[in-house]
Design a protein around this ligand. Sequence first.
Ligand code: 26V
Length: 830
Amino acid sequence: MTQMTAPHAPITAEAFADEIRNYLLTEQGVTPQEATVKDVYVATAKATRNHLVPAWAKTRADMVKGNTKAVGYLSAEFLLGRQLRNSLLDAGLSEQFSKAMAELGFDANEVVFSEPEPGLGNGGLGRLAACFVDSLASLGVPAFGYGIQYQYGIFRQEFDDQGRQYERADYWLTNENPWGHTDYNRDVRVNFGGSVQEKDGKRVWVPDWSVRAIPVDYLVPGYESGRVNTLRLWTAKAYHEIDLRTFNRGDYYGAVHNQIQAEDITKILYPEDSTPQGKELRLQQQYFFVSASLHDAIRTFYPGQEKPDLTTFPTKITFQLNDTHPVIGIPELMRILMDEYGYDWDTAWDVTTRTFNYTCHTLLPEALEVWPADLIGKLLPRHLEIIRKINENFVKLLSSLTDDQAKIDRMRIVTEGDNQQVRMAYLATAGGSHVNGVAELHSQLLKDVTLRDFNDLFPAKFTNVTNGVTPRRFVRIANPRLSDLITEGLGTDSWVSDLSKLEGLVPLADDDEFVHRFAEVKRANKRDFAAFAKERYGFEVNPNTMFDSMIKRLHEYKRQSLKILAVISRYASLKSGQTKLEDFTPRTVIFGAKAAPGYALAKETIQLINNVSRVINNDPEVEGKLNVLFPWNYNIELAQNLIPATELDEQISQAGKEASGTGNMKFALNGALTVGTLDGANVEIRDRVGHENFFLFGMTVDEVEDLYAKGYDKGMSRQYYESDPRLKQAIDMVADGTFSNGDKSTYQNLVNDWLNKDYFMTLADFRAYVGIQAEIEKTYADEKTWFRKALLNTARSGYFSSDRSIADYLERVWLTGPLPEDEKLKSRED
Ligand code: 26V
């Protein structure tokens, strides 16, 4: 009999230090005296992981033998961030770690920082997936995250001496990765290419190449749940690493060609572009991880069974499709059921539609994936047949529901005529049980616009689940000072697993002493950030200025350009004396953003921000008043450092374009006030924190639509430029070389776009955005008022925990819940 070790097994700091010493010696072969910081990091990671492994095995065993339906979260991206602090927290070893590091003579923070950050995602969608697996485990729900272990994650961003972005490869796997456990014994074969042949009246896929999918498992511990789930990221390997015949002919390169081709599949994360292109390798990635995951789920839930009853599959696991990227899973499950297990079409379709659900994460029509039918046919010929049949049946179904032929045509999964396309969002909507958007407004717009025809005919499929963020990483770990103050204010730390408890802070907004302490926390965090910015980037930051942050992917719809134009305008008015330096609130404006490498306008915007920063920061006339920082390589680490120190958060997208946003939630929880439009989850944040505690500006969705109807993007923006002297001045400064050493061509594309198109209406919202600044500054001038509002933001944002999002998915979409308690508490008897 072995005793099960709960993740919270009490262990002393001395014992933990011994475990670390032991790993140093037995695996790194060094004593603590010889060890480097990186050695200590690896040894600590292994020691920590070891504490979680028994609960991990137990959770899996309970899941397989129990009756609780599991959740499979299929996502091309999991933007995890560093693992050490989170694992320590969930293993109940945070304090022991600090003491053990002191005992071993190492700086705990240095050890934490030596972990390379796994950047396996582009932005919000990938980070959401990471928050969701954390919450699933914390709620004790049996779940798998399934994705890809990219050898290179999101590129590392650097700036050249002109302020331009350039991209460097993200070599995150060049050192030992103590979190990922490569399980060579649980590989899966994934096939590609070839043709479909007729054998005994059956369609049989004869592929012409295959790749070995090897799982790399990451433990996903829950916070105080005693549960540890699995994040299974697949990596591709060739079956025949070297073709000996070719090798013996002396063609050494040719001999490894297959291996290179196979291993390319998981080589690199695609940077999200302004518009997705039909890249064959990306489709290979999608099919690769989805096919491996579905086979993995079947063997997990029907262990050792040659003829499992797969009609029960939807009672074992429900799969969430994180955007369209894994939607090829629908025809793949159909194929598995029919071709590998012999089910008929109707049974397979019934199982499949009960297995999948789809979350849409965008409103930009060009971001909805569409694959050329030819490409699918070349890579996955049998799947193309199945998709065509799904389409045919779907069109028949539609014809039985409506006489509106135009509508039926609009809804086809496969378009007609030349260059046929497969619309993955439509396939997902037709082939799954539920479809959801990620904030109230977004879900409404999906029903009214993007998927309107589908909503007309299948209204019961549509629901909303507003996004959330994990309070463990984004409050408890990122902001220890605020966490302690909250715990003190509430008299308990139970808010970490039940964020609705923050509501209990509301009465303290009338307690001047508490508000003062809340302000002190922010000030201390600002000093910390200033020190971090100095050390990491060499920036001089004055902590006695307002910290005003905008961190997110760079995209026209998010409108970093609106912010930078307002900064330029402010700079100009300070210089001309229009704004008196003495009644101006000193600000530090901070940007963090990566632009997709192929997105020219976004890259030009980056260059502009960098050069505005250079000019302003070097102008003695505004010194100490206005400062613009653009720390490069925005990532989870920077978010965790900056968010707790921020006072004003910018959420200024064009209304109707940001599906939800999740940074907005992180900022509100950490006591920043938002300046924002009525877009995405901003709407819900404002409703919850109180309209008086949110700086609202700009056009609404309806006003945006009206302005398009008037032809805004056909040249109307110029009228705004002509009629607003401040706007004109700011744009003229960009055009006349003020931020490019006199060169007038540097920002030509950006200026042209502003004056002739401006699809996202930056110019039209400029006046309102500049206008709201006076109110922001007036509020900021009165410290008590500002921090009272900030505290109310924290107190009323508990709803935006990803635990609540997961609870909503469980109730509205997945129809399952946590594993029973008793199974968790029983110790395992072998
Ligand atoms: C699209 C593409 C297209 C081509 C290649 C790679 C690639 C990668 C990702 C995407 C989809 C981007 C969609 C996305 O990130 N949406 C964001 O999802 C967040 C979580 O729901 C949400 O908060 C943001 O508002 C939304 O922009």
